[in-house]
Design a protein around this ligand. Structure first.
Ligand code: HEC
Length: 185
């Protein structure tokens, strides 16, 4: 009985977060095996503290100065559809079907300048290029956040994602401002 109650609450919890289970499945399916895709930055990149705090699943209650100890490192992966646009020197629109996953791990170490990337994946933030008309005001990108184990969509409101990424409209809403050394392979 305990087991039954436990799994029931997991189900209800999942449904509450995701809206309805079918939508979650499609989004999780889209990122399946992302670690075998093109790794855009060869080494994890240290994230600016302000972005580490705000580029999260759930926005903080209000704008505040992030502590320098909330360090994160990130690695970006892109699927085969978006590879050329991601690695190109010019900025070009990403083709429909592009999936970009930004994987975050904690920064380890007290000294901010000497921190190294931890191994436990804490969060995945994802962009999927949908068909024309999906969301024209946001470049037809779908935004969502996924638990580090890639098992649950955990974002409800993605307005804060879109607000930041709109500043990158000229590069199709994608920052691409990290070393993209995969291009040299
Ligand atoms: C505070 C601004 C901010 C917010 C909020 C934000 N992002 Fe980002 N995002 C960035 C920046 C800056 C980068 C570039 C990498 C870096 O410096 O961390 C980035 C990179 C990414 C990337 C890699 C592709 C790229 O643009 O280069 C994905 C995918 C992504 N973000 C998804 C999301 C999702 C999903 C959300 C919401 C859950 C979100 N972001 C919220 C600022 C933000």
């Amino acid at each position: 009985m305990k087991v039954l109650v436990g799994s029931l609450s997991i189900f209800v919890g999942g449904a509450l977060f995701a809206g309805f289970p079918g939508a979650t499945d499609a989004r999780l399916k889209a990122i399946q095996g992302y670690r075998s895709w093109t790794k855009v930055n060869a080494k994890p990149v240290s994230m600016a503290p302000s972005v580490a705090v705000l580029c999260a699943a759930i926005p903080p209650p209000k704008w505040r100065d992030p502590s320098p100890h909330i360090g994160k490192f990130f690695t970006v992966y892109v699927n085969a559809t978006g590879r050329t646009a991601m690695l190109s020197d010019e900025t070009k629109p990403f083709p429909v079907g592009t999936v970009i996953v930004k994987e975050k791990v904690p920064a380890v170490g007290q000294d901010v300048l000497k921190q190294t990337p931890g191994t436990k994946v804490e969060l995945l933030t994802v962009m999927i290029k949908r068909d024309k008309g999906f969301d024209p005001g946001n470049g037809d990108w779908e935004y969502f956040a996924v638990s580090g184990d890639a098992k649950a969509v955990i974002s409800k409101d993605v307005k804060h994602c879109q607000d930041c990424h709109r500043s990158q409209k000229s590069s199709d809403y994608v920052y691409r401002d990290y070393p993209r050394s995969a291009s040299r392979r």
